[in-house]
Write a protein that binds this ligand. Structure first.
Ligand SMILES: Cc1ncc(COP(=O)(O)O)c(C=O)c1O
Length: 412
């Protein structure tokens, strides 16, 4: 037999966050804790199907008018409209002026990918491989790869995290925007920045918007945690809505994985805000071509669940309650962890644990301390020191806090 034609294919390293979960599963130590996974967990450490989702799933199962015909290429119209409405707000002038378009996508990742592909083809001329794309340092690691795979060659980082003060490096960020070539694309986390849990304040967003407008930079928002950060959909969409009110044309990739707990249904939406209806229609016509060759038509189940929930005032209220349950548990775990570390007298300051928002916290643990946590304590977290607050429970808080204390005091 001849050698395989795939003989020269190099093995790619596993995706870090999934590898961490696989290692956790194999660990037989009864004290083990997974603080790596990017999903909500209950106080029992279990995944949570939102009660409103369960209810709507039953409604869908019992609805004999539904079938499994293909959806339109751009997706379920009522899903797209409602998804964009919760990003931009009920009274958004852009929606009233019909200059908002939407593309149902396979999760937030799909929205980023379709948006990136469109921008490479059609943003500011029809060859954007050399247009700089700026990603925050640090960021969700997939931002870089998604834009690279869409053909962008010049992916840069902008200052974001100030490790010394464990907060936002606003000046560094603004300086990078001042220096960026005009028409550069900036990926901005709409809320609950992953991995740092640190967002600009409204005042800081205003400064960011002012520079971006003056320098003609394109905002591509990534909104993966709306409602999850503060418990309020409005608060968590403040930045996107402010940019729209300032007259920006922009993209916003929305994920319903976290705030609906629909991780494996792949529900996302790309909201497009343009100058006028005609521009948006032409953009959507190109988006349709991209979707056609990418996944052809999107899946319906998750989109139906979200659309049904968002369209009914009663279900919408129930959902907001469910989201608040998740957000409140995260807030509780933050304050409980901080108070334990402070009570133990763990060296350093721990106010960042409660000041950061969303699912993640950047603990400030260095890679050696992380290694100690994993190897000695069976507590799994990303090498960056990022922890998922949902991995904490009332039962493992003491153990995690004591282990962090040991890691920080024993290992420099
Ligand atoms: C910042 C950010 N953007 C996008 C996503 C992708 O979400 P989805 O699973 O819906 O593709 C995630 C998921 O972890 C994320 O953290």
């Amino acid at each position: 037999m001849a050698a395989s034609i795939f003989a020269a294919v190099p093995a790619s390293p596993p995706v870090a966050v999934f590898k961490l979960t696989a290692d956790f599963r194999e660990d037989s130590d009864s004290r083990k804790v997974n603080l790596g996974v990017g999903a909500y967990r209950t106080d029992e450490g279990q995944p949570w199907v939102l009660p409103v989702v369960k209810k709507v799933e039953q409604m869908i199962a019992n609805d004999n008018s539904l079938n499994h015909e293909y959806l339109p290429i751009l997706g379920l119209p009522e899903f797209r409209a409602n998804a964009s409405r919760i990003a931009l707000g009920d009274d958004s002038p852009a929606i009233k002026e019909k200059r908002v378009g939407s593309v149902q996508s396979l999760g937030g990742t799909g929205a980023l990918r379709i948006g990136a592909e469109f921008l490479r083809r059609w943003y500011n001329g029809n060859n954007n491989t050399a247009t700089p794309v700026y990603v925050s340092a640090p960021s969700w690691e997939n931002h870089n790869s998604v834009f690279m795979d869409a053909g962008f060659k010049d992916i840069r980082t902008y200052h974001y995290w100030d490790a010394a003060k464990r907060g936002l490096d606003l000046q560094g960020l603004l300086n990078d925007m001042e220096k960026a070539p005009e028409f550069s694309i900036f990926i901005l986390h709409a809320c609950a920045h992953n991995p740092t849990g640190t967002d600009p304040t409204p005042e800081q967003w205003k400064q960011i918007a002012a520079v971006m407008k003056r320098r003609s930079l394109f905002p591509f928002f990534d909104s993966a945690y709306q409602g999850f950060a503060s418990g309020s959909l409005e608060k968590d969409a403040w930045a996107v809505r402010y940019f729209v009110s300032e007259g920006f044309e922009l993209f916003c990739a929305q994920s319903f994985s976290k705030n609906f707990g629909l991780y494996n249904e792949r529900v996302g939406n790309l909201t497009v805000v343009g100058k006028d209806a005609d521009n948006v229609q032409r953009v959507l016509s190109q988006m349709e071509k991209i979707v056609r060759t990418t996944w052809s038509n999107p899946p319906s189940q998750g989109a139906r669940i979200v659309a049904t929930t968002l369209a009914s005032p009663q279900l919408f209220d129930e959902w907001k309650g469910n989201v608040k349950t998740m957000a409140d548990r995260v807030l509780l775990m933050r304050s409980e962890l901080r108070s334990r570390l402070e009570a133990l007298g763990t060296p350093g300051t721990w106010n960042h644990i409660t000041e950061q928002i969303g699912m993640f916290s950047f603990t400030g643990l260095n890679p050696k301390q992380v290694e100690y946590m994993v190897k000695e304590k069976h507590i799994y977290l990303m090498a960056s020191g990022r922890i998922n607050m949902c991995g904490l429970t009332t039962k493992n808080l003491d153990y995690v806090a004591k282990s962090i204390h040991e890691a920080v005091t024993k290992i420099q």
